[in-house]
Design a protein around this ligand. Structure first.
Ligand code: 2DT
Ligand code: MG
Length: 212
């Protein structure tokens, strides 16, 4: 791998309910990092561009029906098919800002009633994020923002269950950001947290695997 750098990029994941502002904050973070001269890319899961991703997309748009376990494993496979590219990018010094990751996988599937340990198992061995930033908003406030589309999980009652299941996954390493603040304030806080993480990774923080 000739393009390895002596420093690596950071794997940074944003999580949160639908309408918590993840996608816009992810784009803003990439612009910010690029502005600081730090190479970065915006990634998202599910990645709907692959053939697995197309099956996931058909499920989410209600164009297909799948057993809960089956769709769970497809979401996980969608991360596994990107794992080696992810590692190569990080080792070449690129920071990845990722809109949803394994935590969405576990929170959404366990919110349907699947066993949490069963949900975590296929994620074992994926790259562990260097930072998980959780955009915190109550399901009611998120719903008030409007703009739920017609996708399968975009319903207030289900989002309430997801919020409860995200809480089970939180640990002390997560950075919780109040997503009800003005968008610029959320942006500013994320910039600080992310810059600190990128700096730490450049200094040689080792890459690790889930769940750690
Ligand atoms: P977007 O609205 O962000 O495209 O997500 N989901 C996501 C899961 O159930 N499991 C997963 O592993 C991931 C990554 C969250 C589409 C929906 O898919 C859910 C919302
Ligand atoms: Mg959505």
């Amino acid at each position: 791998e000739g393009n390895n750098k002596d420093y690596r990029g950071a794997l940074i994941v944003l999580e949160g309910l639908d309408r918590s502002g993840k996608s816009s904050q992810c784009s803003r973070l990439v612009s910010y990092l690029e502005g600081q001269g730090l190479p970065s890319e915006l990634w998202r899961f599910p990645d709907r561009t692959t053939s697995v991703g197309q099956m996931i997309s058909a499920y989410l748009t209600n164009a297909s029906q799948l057993d809960d376990h089956t769709i769970h494993l497809l979401f996980s496979a969608n991360r596994w098919e990107k794992r080696s590219l992810m590692e190569a990018k990080l080792k070449s010094g690129i920071t990845l800002i990722v809109d949803r990751y394994s935590y969405s996988g576990v929170a959404f599937s366990s919110a349907k009633g699947l066993d949490i340990e069963w949900c975590k198992a296929p994620e074992i061995g994926l790259l562990a994020p260097d930072l998980v930033a959780y955009l915190d908003i109550s399901p009611d406030k998120a719903a008030e923002r409007g703009g739920y589309g017609g996708e399968r999980y975009e319903k207030l009652e289900f989002q309430k269950k997801v919020a409860e299941h995200y809480k089970v996954l939180h640990d002390s390493s997560w950075k919780v950001v109040d997503a009800c603040q003005p968008i610029e304030d959320v942006e500013k806080q994320l910039q600080e947290i992310v810059l600190a993480c990128v700096t730490e990774c450049r200094k040689g923080r080792p890459l690790s695997s889930l769940w750690s």
